[in-house]
Design a protein around this ligand. Structure first.
Ligand code: NAD
Length: 489
C-alpha cells in the first residue's frame, strides 16, 4: 500500500512550527488528481524567522558556530543523513513518485544519488580541514600571503519540482559541508521529500538552525528569501524567468547568486551510428523523468540519409514505453507534474502543429488513462528553427527533429539557441565527436550517450541556462569565500 503523506510543519531553528498565517498548500498526486495531503505555506515572516535561526547557528554567541566546526565534525552529520536516506529509501521513493509523478524506479535511483551526494560532500568537508590555508608564491620575500577558504554564511537555496530531493541535496550537502547554514525553499509543487529531509536532519541531531526548510509559494516564500538582507548568497535551480527575477533582487544588494536554469539541448546523430543504440539514447535523452529534465536533449539533429529509417524505429519504440501510475511495476513514463504543466505541454503540441511540424507519434493523452496529467511520448519532424517547439523549453515528453547534411550545419543548428545547458553527439568517429564536443556551446556534453550524471563532475550551463557549477569540487566552491591574509615579515 502507498505510504500516507506525513503531516509536517515548517522546520525552523530545529523546531516544527506552523506558518505565521496558518496557510496550507494541497499536495496533488498527478497520476490520480487526488489531494493526498497538505504542506505548510510560509510567508515573509516565516522566512525571516528561518533566516534568524540560520544566522544564529552560523554565528552563535558571536563566535562562528557551525562555520567554526571542523570539516570532520560536519562530515559526521552528512554521513548520518546519507545512512538515514538509505534506510528510508523505499518510503522516500514512493513519496517522491506520488508527489511529482516520477516512475518509482527512477525515484529510487534518485534516493541512491541523494545518499551518495551527502556521502561525497562528507569526504570533501574532511578535505577542507587540510586545505584551509593555502600559501601563495610572491615575487618578494618581505611578504607572506596565505589564502583562507571560509564558508560564505547563511545561504538561501531555492529548488524546482522535477528532482525534488535530489536538486535540494545538490545544494544542501555542499553548503553544509562548507560550513554554511541554510534555508531550503523547495517547489510548492513537490515539497514532501524535502520536509522528510528536515525530519532526517532532526533525527541525526543536526544542530538547530543549520538546516531550515520553509515550504510555500515562490512569490510568498521564495521572493522574500531571495531579497532578504540576512541571506549572504542565493543558489537557485529553476526556470530562466524566475532566475532573472532572483538575479534582479540580488543585484539590489550585491548578493552573489548561482543560477541553474532551463535548457533546450540538442542531440546530434551522424549517419555512421548503430541505429538501435542511437535510438535508445535519443529516447532516454528526452523521455527520462517524463521529459521534465533541464538537460533533456529535446532537439534531435539527424543526418539526412538515415532520417527515415531512424524516425520509423523511434516512433515504433515510443509505443513500447509503459505509461502508467508511477507506482505500478515497470512504469517508464508517469504523468507530468501538474494540471498547469499538462496544459502548457498540450499548448506547445498544438502550436507545433499550427506551425507546420509533422506529428510522427503521440501528441495526446494516452487512451487507457482517463485521469491524471499524462502525455504520450511525442515526436515532431520537419520542425522549423524559427518555431516555438524548436526554441522554447517544453519540459514534457516532446522531441523536435530536424535533419542536417554536414557537420558544420549540425553544429550551427545546435548552437542556434538562447540556452546552453547540455548537448550530445552520437557517432562512431571519435575525432568528429571530440571536434563537435569542443564546438558545442553548452556546459555539459555527452559523447555516444545522453544524461549520465555523476556527483563528482561539474554541472551547469552557459548563456541563458545560467552560471556557476554544482556537483564535484565546484559545488563546494559555491559556498566558500576566499580571503587573503598578507603579512609583512
Ligand atoms: P520555477 O522557476 O517555476 O520554480 C523554481 C523555484 O523557484 C520554486 O521553488 C518556486 O517556488 C521558486 N520561485 C518562483 N517564483 C519565485 C520568485 N519570484 N522568487 C523566488 N523564488 C521563486 O521552476 P520549476 O517550474 O519549479 O522548475 C522547472 C525549471 O527548472 C525548468 O526550466 C528546468 O529547466 C529548470 N531546472 C534546471 C536545472 C539545472 O540544473 N539547470 C535542474 C532542474 C530544473
Amino acid at each position: 500500500m502507498a505510504p500516507a503523506i506525513p503531516s509536517r510543519l515548517l522546520y525552523i531553528g530545529g523546531q516544527w512550527r506552523a506558518p505565521d498565517l496558518g496557510g496550507q498548500i494541497a499536495v496533488i498526486n498527478p497520476a490520480t488528481e487526488d489531494t493526498i495531503g497538505y504542506i505548510p505555506a510560509a510567508t515573509a515572516d516565516d522566512v525571516d524567522l528561518a533566516v534568524k535561526a540560520a544566522r544564529e547557528a552560523f554565528t552563535k554567541d558571536n563566535g562562528k558556530y557551525w562555520a567554526r566546526t571542523t570539516g570532520k565534525y560536519r562530515a559526521k552529520f552528512l554521513r548520518a543523513i546519507a545512512a538515514e536516506v538509505t534506510a528510508r529509501k523505499s518510503q522516500l521513493a514512493e513519496l517522491e513518485a506520488m508527489d511529482c509523478g516520477k516512475p518509482l524506479d527512477e525515484a529510487a535511483w534518485d534516493m541512491d544519488d541523494v545518499a551518495g551526494c551527502f556521502d561525497y560532500y562528507a569526504g570533501l568537508a574532511e578535505g577542507l580541514d587540510a586545505k584551509g590555508h593555502l600559501s601563495v608564491e610572491l615575487p618578494m620575500d618581505t611578504f607572506k600571503t596565505n589564502v583562507l577558504k571560509e564558508p560564505i554564511g547563511v545561504v538561501g537555496l531555492i529548488t524546482p519540482w522535477n528532482y525534488p530531493l535530489l536538486m535540494a541535496t545538490w545544494k544542501v550537502a555542499p553548503a553544509l559541508a562548507a560550513g554554511c547554514t541554510a534555508i531550503l525553499k523547495p517547489s510548492e509543487l513537490a515539497s514532501v521529500t524535502c520536509l522528510e529531509l528536515a525530519s532526517i536532519a532532526a533525527k541525526v541531531g543536526l544542530p538547530a538552525g543549520v538546516l531550515n526548510v520553509v515550504t510555500g509559494l515562490g512569490k510568498d516564500a521564495g521572493a522574500p528569501l531571495s531579497k532578504h538582507p540576512g541571506v549572504d548568497k542565493v543558489a537557485f535551480t529553476g526556470s530562466t524567468a524566475t532566475g532573472k527575477s532572483i538575479m534582479g533582487a540580488a543585484a539590489e544588494i550585491i548578493k552573489p547568486v548561482t543560477l541553474e536554469l532551463g535548457g533546450k539541448s540538442a542531440i546530434i546523430v551522424f549517419d555512421d551510428v548503430d541505429i538501435e543504440k542511437a535510438v535508445e539514447w535519443t529516447m532516454f535523452g528526452v523521455f527520462w523523468t517524463n521529459g521534465q529534465i533541464c538537460s533533456a536533449t529535446s532537439r534531435l539533429l539527424l543526418q539526412e540519409n538515415i532520417a527515415s529509417v531512424f524516425l520509423e524505429r523511434l516512433a515504433e519504440w515510443t509505443k513500447t514505453i509503459k505509461i502508467s501510475n508511477p507506482l505500478e511495476p515497470g512504469c517508464r513514463l508517469g504523468p507530468v507534474v501538474s494540471d498547469g504543466q499538462y496544459k502548457k505541454v498540450m499548448k506547445y503540441i498544438s502550436t507545433a502543429q499550427e506551425e507546420g511540424a509533422t506529428l510522427l507519434c503521440g501528441g495526446k493523452r494516452p487512451e487507457h488513462l482517463s485521469k491524471g496529467y499524462f502525455v504520450e511520448p511525442t515526436v515532431f519532424a520537419n520542425v522549423r528553427p524559427s518555431s516555438q517547439i524548436w526554441k522554447e523549453e517544453v519540459f514534457g515528453p516532446v522531441l523536435a527533429v530536424r535533419t542536417f547534411r554536414t557537420e558544420e550545419e549540425a553544429i550551427k543548428l545546435a548552437n542556434d539557441s538562447e540556452y546552453g545547458l547540455a548537448g550530445a553527439v552520437i557517432s562512431t568517429d571519435e575525432d568528429r565527436c571530440q571536434r563537435v564536443a569542443e564546438l558545442l556551446q553548452a556546459g555539459i556534453i555527452w559523447i555516444n550517450c545522453a544524461q549520465p550524471t555523476f556527483t563528482q563532475a561539474p554541472w551547469g550551463g552557459t548563456k541563458r541556462s545560467g552560471f556557476g557549477r554544482e556537483l564535484g569540487e565546484w559545488g563546494l566552491e559555491n559556498y566558500l569565500s576566499v580571503k587573503q591574509v598578507t603579512k609583512y615579515i
